[in-house]
Design a protein around this ligand. Structure first.
Ligand code: SF4
Length: 340
């Protein structure tokens, strides 16, 4: 019986990796850069679309490789111009991606897992459970396979990057490489609950912007809402971020989702100020988007602006993030990909 050949999807591979694979197959490895150009910059679905590589080379590629790219299975457009896409991997893992245009800035928010096992109580993804990790190529596909130009990538969709760090770093390298998508290294932002070993790797091995999702500056309170606090106390990540001597272009941020009466009191503000004054860390204040069966609601705009004002006057950089895509369940904390 003939042994079945494993087809390798190229969307998750780097230049050196493809050069090596081509050499094994007896194909001139100098074609690797050109093949990756067609995959990452032109988004081809079939090698037959390549028109600048000899036909005898192209004809052997499908025996061992696939592009690894696939189109979204559905989409929904928000009144504010953002678009949510649903993707399905070859193994059937559903995951969502949000395109957020704003002037010249075209941001895509990608998922790194289908679902999430961190269980943050303010997040629909966390409440939907974990279904599986996405491979680097499946993360990259969410950028390449959109019908839009993309200037910035944020890994803030479904899943915790620190729980899939190997594939996240591979994807970052492809997204930023000149042979890959060539998006600026500091135009990629990774958001984490603070999985400390992963944070160390992101700081040392990449040049991405990093966001720590905080919820509360009080550890006990944070643990109740973000169970990851038990395994990885946020203060460890905060210390790493404070100690890190980054260049001025690399942004290290604390994301603070604001829930009325829960974490928007004077006590919280004072503690945030105490933790962050004198550091170069910025605070991004986010409105809360209610998850199913929850009676909590977002802090009002006035409270959020007051937090911002008092942080800024204490010397802490702060901003309030505008809510986008709420009408199509695409806003921060709302992605569930049919998991609920
Ligand atoms: S906020 Fe992030 S880490 Fe927490 S459950 Fe949602 S996706 Fe997972």
């Amino acid at each position: 019986m003939r042994e079945s050949v494993k087809i390798i999807p190229l969307a998750g591979i780097d230049l050196a990796g493809l050069e090596h694979l081509l050499a094994i197959k007896g194909v001139d490895s100098r074609y690797a850069r050109r093949i990756l150009y067609w995959i990452f910059r032109r988004g081809i679905r079939s090698f037959t679309e390549i028109n600048d590589i000899p036909k005898n080379v192209l004809s052997v590629l499908p025996e061992s490789f696939a592009t690894g790219l696939s189109s979204p299975v559905s989409s929904a457009v928000s009144a504010d111009g953002s678009v949510k896409y649903l993707f399905r991997t070859s193994e059937g893992l559903l995951h969502e991606t949000v395109y957020l245009p704003e002037g010249n800035r075209k941001t895509v928010c990608v998922s790194v897992q289908s679902g999430c096992r961190m269980g943050c109580r303010f997040c629909a993804t966390g409440l939907s459970g974990w279904r599986g990790n996405l491979r680097a190529g499946e993360i990259v596909n969410q950028v390449v396979s959109l019908p839009h130009d993309v200037s910035h990538v944020v890994m803030m969709g479904m899943g915790e990057p620190g729980d899939n760090i190997e594939e996240v770093i591979k994807a970052y390298n492809i997204i930023t490489a000149e042979w890959g998508l060539a998006i600026g290294r500091n135009r990629v932002t990774v958001s984490t609950v603070g999985v400390t070993p992963a944070v160390k790797r992101l700081l040392e091995e990449t040049e991405c912007n990093l966001t720590l999702s905080l919820y509360s500056p009080f550890s006990e309170e944070r643990r109740e809402v973000m169970p990851a606090e038990s395994a990885w106390p946020y203060k460890e990540t905060l210390s790493l971020m404070k100690a890190f001597k980054a260049d001025r272009n690399r942004r290290l941020t604390v994301a603070y989702v604001m829930i009325r009466g829960k974490n928007d009191t004077e006590r919280h503000l004072e503690e945030l100020n105490r933790l962050l004054t004198g550091t170069r860390l910025r605070v991004n204040l986010l409105p809360y988007h209610q998850v199913e069966n929850d009676s909590d609601c977002s802090s009002d705009a006035e409270t959020m602006m007051r937090f911002k004002h008092l942080l800024v006057t204490s010397g802490v950089g702060a901003s309030v993030r505008k809510s986008r895509g709420g009408d199509i369940a695409a806003a921060c904390g709302m992605l569930a990909a049919g998991g609920r």
